[in-house]
Design a protein around this ligand. Structure first.
Ligand code: ADP
Length: 463
């Protein structure tokens, strides 16, 4: 049987360009799919940051085509590496637009239209035609509408909170008639468009990145019109509802080079090096890695640190991340207050992230919601025990008191309790060892989830 051809798209894909978990997924899921016989290829914009590294990634130009965007004819350069395509256009695709929400919506509307046209280009050029387009997050939300069922689509929601709201003027640029988006328009102001909402309405199927998050977004109605559409899909029955498939992690990228039998010496060494480079004393060490956004619950962590460190000197906290300036300021204040125990690195730094995963004893994940979350899985792969809020994918991947700890989401006192228990566990070598081993033995590879995606793809193209 010829391999199932699938085009997977989103705004980022590791190792070419990564800013968050979606990048990890688009970097690793396609590889896992190819291992089980799916001809999975990825397509993302050709940002300047990628272009600069084109030699390293063995990227070559393979052709070009044009699209009509508004009243302009725009040229698209197509570049390719192994199993990956990049679309280039100086004006729209050279970097992520940060100058206002409408600009960003226009940028990804442009990308989506270019992806739709790409399906014709690649058929002509390489005789390759996708049986299915796998869209990810709002950035690709216009594709199901624009492709008009010519190719079935799966839309995976990695974070419902980012929906791509903007002026409906973008519809003129795409030559989409108001009629086509009429349905969602009932729920939103007439001058607005919600790109993710359009995706949910027009995709052949919708999925998300954990069963618990699937339940949360189809049941917790909070006034967001998108919930009504998700709920409606859910009502249409199990298979046509919103399926939750937990992400895996790339075992090559995240490879500690030790396992449940050989971890102890290596982890001790990693910790020693980390603490030395940070100028911290040898104490139980807790880290945080992530975007500094409201979702990630840094305010909860800061409150907990205050309670734990007041008058005591029991632990180290090392925080890595960047984002909202007010959150960065709050975090910095705490670092200044507890100079002996807290360190903050306000940047995006993959090398340092690896060192933190490898050298910390625990990772704290106080998220208010977490669709899947990769950091708990990566941490466990390094034998670093997660202390995480009981929500979404965190709930689905952490077994409380076995390979990590779960506390009530949003609760600083719950987190303080979790940290106290963790400190107690550190006193007992056998308990700590048992947890580390359990974390190291949990399977977070893509094996299981890639098979679920393959089954879902096959199911979708059968329709
Ligand atoms: P999200 O997708 O919401 O940002 P995830 O937990 O799914 O969160 O994935 C986050 C990914 O981004 C992980 O691979 C993590 O290591 C990485 N990451 C987050 N912040 C940073 C940072 N400041 N520096 C380096 N890597 C980071």
């Amino acid at each position: 049987m010829p391999a199932l051809k699938v085009l997977i798209t989103g705004y980022e894909a590791a190792p070419f360009f990564k800013r968050g978990g979606l990048g990890d997924v688009l970097g690793s899921l396609p590889k896992a799919l190819r291992d089980i016989g799916v001809d999975a290829r990825v397509i993302i914009p050709y940002y300047e940051d990628i272009e600069k590294k084109s030699a390293r990634f063995r990227i070559n130009k393979i052709g070009e085509y044009s699209i009509v965007f508004g009243s302009d004819i725009e040229h698209i350069g197509v570049y390719g590496g192994p199993h990956v395509y990049f679309l280039s256009n100086r004006k729209y695709l050279s970097s992520i637009n940060t100058r206002g929400r409408n600009k960003k919506i226009d940028q990804f509307a442009f990308f989506d239209l270019a992806v739709v046209e790409f399906s014709h280009f690649i058929l002509e050029k390489k005789k390759w035609y996708p049986r299915l387009i796998h869209c990810n997050d709002w950035h690709t939300g216009f594709i199901p509408l624009l492709i008009e069922q010519r190719i079935p689509t799966l839309l995976t929601i990695h974070n419902l909170n980012y929906q791509g709201w903007g002026s409906s003027k973008v519809l003129d640029l795409l030559h989409v008639k108001d009629e086509a988006v009429k349905e969602l328009k009932r729920g939103v102001p007439v001058t607005e468009v919600n790109v993710l909402g359009e995706g949910i309405l027009h995709a052949t199927r919708v999925s998300t990145v954990s069963p618990s998050y699937a339940k949360e977004i189809t049941s917790d109605y909070d006034g967001d019109p998108i919930h009504l559409y998700l709920k409606r899909r859910e009502k249409e029955g199990k298979d046509h509802g919103v399926m939750g498939i937990v992400n895996g992690i790339d075992y090559e990228t995240w490879n500690p080079k030790y396992d449940a039998n050989s971890w102890e010496k290596a982890k001790k060494k990693n910790k020693k090096l980390l603490l030395k480079s940070m100028g911290l004393a040898d104490r139980p060490t807790f880290c945080f890695i992530g975007r500094m956004a409201g979702q990630k619950g840094l305010d909860i962590l800061i409150k907990a640190i205050d309670k734990i460190l007041q008058g005591k000197n029991a632990a180290n906290f090392i925080l890595l991340g960047s984002g909202v300036p007010s959150i960065e300021k709050m975090v910095n204040k705490t670092a200044n207050k507890y100079k002996d125990n807290v360190r903050v690195e306000l940047s995006y730094n993959e090398e340092f992230a690896h060192k933190l995963y490898a050298g910390s004893d625990f990772i704290i994940i106080p998220s208010r919601y977490e669709p899947c979350g990769l950091i708990q899985m990566i941490a466990m792969r390094y034998g670093t025990i997660p202390i995480a809020a009981k929500t979404g994918g965190l709930k689905d991947t952490i077994s409380h008191a076995k390979n990590g700890f779960l506390f009530k989401k949003g609760s600083a006192s719950g987190l303080v309790e979790g940290v106290k228990i963790a400190l107690m566990i550190c006193q007992s070598h056998s308990l700590y060892e048992k947890m580390v081993k359990s974390a190291l033995q949990t399977d977070f590879s893509w094996n299981k989830s890639a098979k679920l995606y393959k089954e879902l793809y096959l199911d979708i193209i059968k329709e």
